[in-house]
Design a protein around this ligand. Sequence first.
Ligand SMILES: Cc1cc2nc3c(=O)[nH]c(=O)nc-3n(C[C@H](O)[C@H](O)[C@H](O)COP(=O)(O)OP(=O)(O)OC[C@H]3O[C@@H](n4cnc5c(N)ncnc54)[C@H](O)[C@@H]3O)c2cc1C
Length: 450
Amino acid sequence: MTTVAVVGGGISGLTAAYRLRALLGPDARIVVLEESGRLGGKLRTVPIAGKPVDVGAEAFIVRRPEVTALLAELGLADQVEHPSRARPLIWADGSLHPLPAGTLMGIPANSEALVGLVDAATLARIDAEPATPLHWDRSADVSVAALVGSRFGEQVVRRSVDPLLGGVYSGLSDTAGVRATVPALAVALDGGATSLTDAVRRALPPPSDTPVFGTLRGGYGTLLDALRDASGAEFHDHTTGAGLRRERGRWSVDPVGPVDGVIVALPADRAAALLAEGAPAAAAQAARIPLASSVVVALAMPKTAALPQNSGILVATGEDLAAKAFTLSSRKWPHLADRDVTLARASFGRFGDAALLDADDEQLITLARADLATVTGVTDQPVDAYVQRWHGGLPQYRAGHGEVVAALEAEIAQVDGLEIAGAMLHGVGVPACVAAATTAATRLTERVAG
Ligand SMILES: Cc1cc2nc3c(=O)[nH]c(=O)nc-3n(C[C@H](O)[C@H](O)[C@H](O)COP(=O)(O)OP(=O)(O)OC[C@H]3O[C@@H](n4cnc5c(N)ncnc54)[C@H](O)[C@@H]3O)c2cc1C
């Protein structure tokens, strides 16, 4: 009988287990090791005011096919909800502004997009940008801050780009590489764009009325349960995968013992630790990918709480606030607007700033309420609240990330019966994790079966 181990029970590990079942058939033994007491990793649905709310990832991009296809396979297509048409705001320079439209990750194609958000000198600089020759090295990578700052100035970086990057990566444009975090921009620049504004114009997707995001009515827990059940795998929670090594031509991982193949579906630092003995060169690459920690505070307030009619508020860097973003969940998601409470989420923590993870729940709830009051004026006492700390929540895709991943995957490819998946590779979003896990399961099956 074929035995394979999947180390890590997040969406990457669960997808890998589900795919392995389909590929290896009903007789294979598939063992999933999960260190914590629950499956899902950064996907977590908890009851707040008696109903399910996501306190990790809350959405997925529907313009990528992977999650939509997976939900259809699992019979969950009818569970998908889309956001309302409410738009987000940006808190910058002590006041609220509409999120600029028609930008690429906050990088504008013209000055008009940022009127009101940045000063007149910055607008004039954006207008003048096409006249200054652009030096773009097709063989290199730079941080988003270096590129945007050098062309448009600091205010565009801090007020328009950082809030968006902070939302996706818990990072800042200083630690975000252009090629991995704004790939369409890199393609336009490689393709000969003559200025940054020209590159953004080339890279912007055509306007479309179809929704960009989806979520699950009952939260991500619905998908986790379905994957667990459909995988027919053995799940071992409170179990740390360790001691990965090659023994007499087979892999062995504790506490499972000898196996025919292993998929490592872990955050970068934990993958590096697990691979250190059996695949040290791969481990060294994974160890180069840093992680940012964050905290989500979910608040349920009385139905009457007068939150603005916006989907969320992103916070510019350098503001006098601890929070980096708020999701006004009851405004963003029509299916949550029906509930008898008003839901909002405050997020804290950017790369290099994990101090808030040590604060206790009460302090974090107090901080979330204070910051929400500053930006919206809403002071309602929550009827329920939940604090979720995400230690090492998101990998940072720094300049040169693609090369690190290519080297990591090249090392793994040289080793028979070992594959890797997870948010550190080709995208932190759930669709990208599903794609990488599918690739890992397919490759492992080819090795194990062939
Ligand atoms: C706050 C937050 C909000 C996000 N929002 C979105 C969003 O809206 N949309 C979106 O698409 N993406 C979002 N993301 C990103 C996305 O959720 C993650 O990138 C993705 O869920 C990562 O999945 P994974 O399985 O690769 O890793 P993880 O979820 O980290 O799973 C790894 C698992 O491995 C376990 N583990 C660690 N070490 C060991 C070991 N040695 N042995 C066994 N088990 C181990 C961990 O306990 C964990 O359960 C968000 C992330 C965060 C943190």
